[in-house]
Structures are given as C-alpha cells and as structure tokens.
Design a binder for this molecule. Structure first.
Ligand SMILES: Cc1cc2nc3c(=O)[nH]c(=O)nc-3n(C[C@H](O)[C@H](O)[C@H](O)COP(=O)(O)OP(=O)(O)OC[C@H]3O[C@@H](n4cnc5c(N)ncnc54)[C@H](O)[C@@H]3O)c2cc1C
Length: 436
C-alpha cells in the first residue's frame, strides 16, 4: 500500500525544514513528510552559504519587504534557538565599505533602509574613513557602515537540529529520495519517488529551492516565470590572515540591481576566513562541476531562450556582469583582487584552497527582469515558495511561521492549533510580532 500523508514538503533545505518545525508542532495528529533528494538536510544552498545572520540594511523596504521583515526577526530567533540547542551563534557584526563618492551615497541609502526595516541607532552607524581606521586599520575605504546587529552561524547545524525537533513531533524525513513526478489523482497528489515508489498527500508544499520553479511548472503554477542559476565560489584564507580584521567586510556592490553582491572578506562562526562568493552563471541548481553543467546545458539554454530569461541574457549590462564573474571564477587573482580593493594586505599567492561553493537560483519574469522579492503562490492544495534567496537562511524561521500562518488563515491548510509552544516561542506570539 502506498503511504498517505496530510502534508508533504518537497525540499529539506533550511526553509522546508523550518516549515516542518512549525507545522509539526501545531498539528500533532497530522502525518507530515519532508522529502529531500540529498543524503542530508541542508546539503545544497542552505549548507553552502556565507553563514551570516544578516541585518536588513541591504533590502529596499518596498521591493524586498518580506525578506527584510524576516531577516529582522530572524536574528533574534536564531539567537534564542542557538541558546536553547547550544549551537554556535556569534554576534560579530559586519562592515559595509564604500570605495568612492558614489558608494557613500549608497551607504546613506542603506542606513535609511536599515532604519526603515527596524534597526535603531545602536544597531547601525555610518563612519567616515578616519573613524573606521581607528577600529580596523587594515581596511581602505572612503566611508563605512558598521552594522552591530549582524551575526555568524552554521546553517547546516541549525537545519539538522530543526529536523530532529520535527522528528520528535513525528515528521517523516525521507532522505536520498527525489520527487520525480507529481500528479493529481482523486483529489490527492500522487508523488513518485526515485522513479519507483509512490506516496499520496492531501496538501503539497514546494520548498525545493533551485528546483522550486520546475516543481511549480509541473503542477501548472507560475508558468510565466523561469530561473537562472549562479554559483558562488569561495577561497579559504590562510591562518596568518585570521586577525587581519575584527569583522567581516562587504563592499557596496558594483551592480546593485542584480540579486547578488561582490565578493566579501568573511570571518565565519568558527573564526576561519574566506573570500567570496562570486556569482558565476551555471546551468543547474547543482552545477558545482563541469559534468553537471554539461549535462544540463542544452535543456537549460532551450528553456531560457523560450522564456523571459532570453531578454536578460541578451542584456548588455548582464553580459558585462556575467563576464566579470566568469573571469573571477577562472582566475583566483581576479577574485582576490576584488577584495584587495579594500583589504590590500591580502596576497593571492598565499591563498591556495577552494571553499565550498553554493548556488542561488534567481527568478526572472516574462519581461526578462529579476524578481526582487520572494513569490508565494498556490493552486488547489499546493503552495509554492519561489525565489527564496538571500538572506533566506537568516529569515527562515520567521518566514516559515508566516507561511504556516498564511496557510491557516486562507484555509489552504488549517492547523489543529495555533496556541502551541514551538521551542522557545509560542506560535501565536511569533505571529503577533512578525505580522504586526
Ligand atoms: C553563495 C550564497 C551565499 C549565501 N549567503 C547567505 C548568508 O550569509 N545568509 C543568509 O541568510 N542567506 C544566504 N544565502 C541564501 C540562503 O542560503 C538561501 O536563501 C537558503 O539556503 C534557501 O533555502 P531553501 O531551503 O529555500 O533552499 P535549499 O537549501 O536549496 O533547499 C531546497 C532543497 O530541496 C531539495 N529538492 C529540490 N528538488 C527536489 C526534488 N525533486 N526532490 C527532493 N528534494 C528536492 C534540494 O535537494 C534542496 O536540498 C546565500 C546563498 C548563496 C548561494
């Protein structure tokens, strides 16, 4: 007999696992499953990122409202969760530097956005170059935004821990299990796993990250959107650079209209330092190496040429950006040079080890424009989270709570109770905070 579930969540990244965390706490008698094709949760983007718990100063409160709100609340929630589960979380701040006059204008805008998104005077401060030199003598810049309310974490550990919490509430995690087909049968979703087994569910949640668009298309949703994938690569810095700065350093991005930043100087939660990520266009959400990209090249090109992505790839500015990123993938010194602009002490010859690359998938609309915010959409008995990008890991807990609440309020999936304790929080209290 094929197994039956009340809810199936496709994708055991940080988002799908966070959704299962809240859903399973509110629905003790419902059968919930998370289906993940990799051997562990957070195997892909959620475990391959910069590990920053971002303050929401980079996000236009009008265009990235949901992300900004989730990031603001995510910081406090991860801090509390890390205390509860004794997981690493460092309040180590971040510095955003401007390298010219135009960049200073951008920092002023970021300061304004940060405040509009909930930060206060003690969370964020604009400094001139002399002020910054006193704290960080190795950094060269014209001005800087010092963001105190920013942190570092290990999102693989967070996701693994949320999985254990969900399992305590009887959620099934089907790992090493790929969803290969989804069909409607007698008012239920029939989901084929690894091309062989079948399970049925009353309600489907698509949190499949880089494959979320494909799954949405499979059930006839969001057909006017497509996506493009960008691989973010890192280089590991040697130990002798551990004390070069006290804090991670980002620079004002050269192309702020695109959904990624220039490579940063990163201090991870364990104190190790890295340079990255760049954003190299690739042909698959798992295009870490040549063979996967080669395999996906023709189908992805055909898909892009037949959709809005065609306009994006023939756009001159996009082509310039892509060439820049490809160059910094092919040449280590080209990548390091982008960070040497504000940390000139770094010597590319001393950097020899690659870090773990992660891939982001950005959604493009039918006019060839990158969609700035997350897209939440549904059809009968399915709910889809598309374009869930940076700072998606930071905002995963509040965002997941928001989704579970939205499903409940719209009647798409009614929870048994909303008055439950979910780890350190009461669900209702989280909702009051984030929806208020
Ligand atoms: C280079 C880089 C750096 C970043 N840095 C930060 C940062 O510092 N801070 C921050 O907050 N955010 C950061 N982000 C963003 C953040 O990592 C993502 O927003 C977040 O991880 C997205 O989580 P997710 O669960 O939606 O996706 P994913 O982690 O991609 O999870 C989706 C899962 O679905 C599974 N799946 C897909 N299709 C199927 C299928 N058919 N069957 C079964 N399983 C399937 C996949 O295997 C995958 O594990 C960064 C992203 C990148 C790329």
């Amino acid at each position: 007999m094929a197994k039956e579930f009340d809810v199936v969540i496709v994708g055991g990244g940080i988002l799908g696992t966070s959704i299962s965390y809240f859903l399973s706490a509110l629905n003790k008698s419902k059968k919930i499953a998370v289906i993940e094709q990799a051997q562990s949760v957070a195997f892909h983007t959620s475990g391959r990122n910069t590990g920053k718990v971002h303050a929401p100063y980079l996000y236009n409160p009008e265009k990235k409202k949901l992300f900004a709100k989730a990031a603001f609340h995510g910081y406090g929630m991860w801090e509390e969760y890390s205390k509860l589960r004794k997981l690493p979380f460092k309040k180590d701040g971040v510095i955003e530097v401007a390298l010219d006059q135009k960049g200073i204008g951008v920092l002023e805008k970021y300061l304004k956005w940060g405040k509009q998104n909930g930060l206060n005077d003690s969370d964020i401060e604009l400094m001139d170059k002399k002020q910054l030199k006193e704290i960080e003598p190795e950094i060269e810049c014209e001005a800087a935004l010092y963001v105190y309310r920013d942190g570092s974490a290990d999102y693989s550990e967070f996701t693994g821990s949320l999985m254990k919490d969900s399992q305590q509430n009887s959620t099934d995690f089907l790992l090493d299990t790929k969803v290969t087909e989804i069909k409607k049968e007698n008012d239920k979703w029939k989901i084929t796993l690894n091309d062989e087994k079948e399970v049925f569910t009353n309600f489907l949640i698509n949190a499949a990250g880089g494959q979320a668009i494909d799954i949405a298309h499979e059930v006839g949703v969001a057909e006017n959107y497509t996506d493009v994938h960008f691989r973010g690569e890192y280089w590991i810095a040697p130990k002798e650079y551990s004390n070069l700065t006290n804090t991670s350093v980002y620079s004002v991005p050269e192309f702020p209209d695109y959904p990624f930043l220039d490579p940063h100087w990163i201090i991870r939660v364990d104190g190790s330092c890295e340079i990255g990520p760049n954003a190299v266009p690739v042909f698959s959400p798992y295009g870490y190496d040549k063979s996967e990209n080669f395999k996906e090249f023709i189908p992805k090109m055909l898909e892009m040429l037949g959709s809005g992505a065609r306009k994006a790839i023939f756009d001159k500015q996009f082509q310039e950006l892509a060439m820049n990123e490809i160059q910094s993938s092919m040449s280590k010194s080209a990548m390091v040079e982008r960070v040497r602009r504000f940390l000139p002490k770094i010597d590319a010859d001393k950097i020899t080890e690659k870090g773990t690359a992660g891939i982001r998938s950005s959604v493009i609309d039918e006019n060839g424009k990158f969609v700035p915010d997350v897209i939440l959409t549904n059809n009968d008995n399915s709910f889809h989270i598309l374009n869930y990008n940076s700072p998606g890991a930071t905002g995963a807990l509040p965002f997941a709570a928001h989704i579970v609440n939205q499903l409940n309020e719209t009647g798409l999936f009614q929870s048994e109770s909303t008055d439950e304790q979910c780890g350190p929080w009461k669900f209702n209290e989280i909702i009051e905070k984030i929806e208020g």
